[in-house]
Design a protein around this ligand. Sequence first.
Ligand code: F6P
Length: 357
Amino acid sequence: MKRIGMLTSGGDCQALNAAMRGVVKCLSCSGEPVEIYGFLEGYKGLIYGNFRMLTGADFSGILTKGGTILGSSRTPFKLMREPDENGLDKVEAMKQNYYKLRLDCIVILGGNGTHKTANMLREEGLNVVTLPKTIDNDLWGTDMTFGFQSAVNIATDCIDCIHTTAASHGRVFIVEVMGHKVGYLTLNAGMAGGADIILIPEIPYDINKVVDAIKKRSERGSKFTILAVAEGAISKEDAALSKKEYKKKMADYKYPSVSYEIAEKIQKKTGLDVRVTVPGHTQRGGSPCPYDRVFASRLGAQAGRMILNGEYGFMVGYKNREIVKVPLEDVAGRLKMVEPDSDIIQEAKMLGISFGD
Ligand code: F6P
């Protein structure tokens, strides 16, 4: 008999359910009797002992379902070692709940913050297996995270829709894409949607170069320009500020987000009509795309196999087209970012896309 805990933590994304279903299907197909304890709303469930015993029926029909059947929440890693408002030691509480239920292992689905806590639980002696979820694709140790391809589809659809109206009105349009501090989502959706200018955090932009790229298009007879701007895009001047100076600037920031600042500058420098569209959390919503359904199911199945083999302390990752086991201590606290001189950036530049650098 295997007793498995499971939780989804951090911002949700598509294919969380598909991944959990993959784990459970693999375990039940093995013939080994298994009990599944689903902790509700991320680490909160493990801390406060909020769980539901799940059966095969809970995992039936969820391959295509977005969100997470367990619910999710953000519990910042830096607060994990601090007692809660009632003085509860959260780490100790998580361990006690794990031992009380006599779990063999806990399966944790999450992104960067989640992995720091997962690794801490491993260091504390719990058996942990993790699965890489996030639309940002910024987890170190895996070429791909599930949720990413679905989000690329949604952000691309948004750029496609903007294209037609931008062309009709001869406007400059900015589509602001999620991705936190990394540019994978913007880069991929931008290229897929035929954006003319792509601004990502890894390549700080010069607003004059952005304006030059727009003017060049106008001179060539193009009446509109599409910019895909990452929510974390940063100008060269801001990138040169110290952490303290940047924090101060952001404390007095008057724009809802970076795209509005860029839009105002473009408008002032060109006199063109500029509009901003922010698809926001739609990028995390809806059904997983077929790629993510297959990918998350494969990762889930491999996690199930690792549990059957008693292999713990790993994230199930994907490297060079193979599913691999990545030690949690290697993943925790490391961010994967777009390399400014990577092939894809060079190829995008060969296609005439400006990065404002
Ligand atoms: O990490 C996923 C993500 O969607 C980021 O792209 C974005 O910056 C952030 O989460 C938004 O977080 P929240 O859901 O807390 O607003």
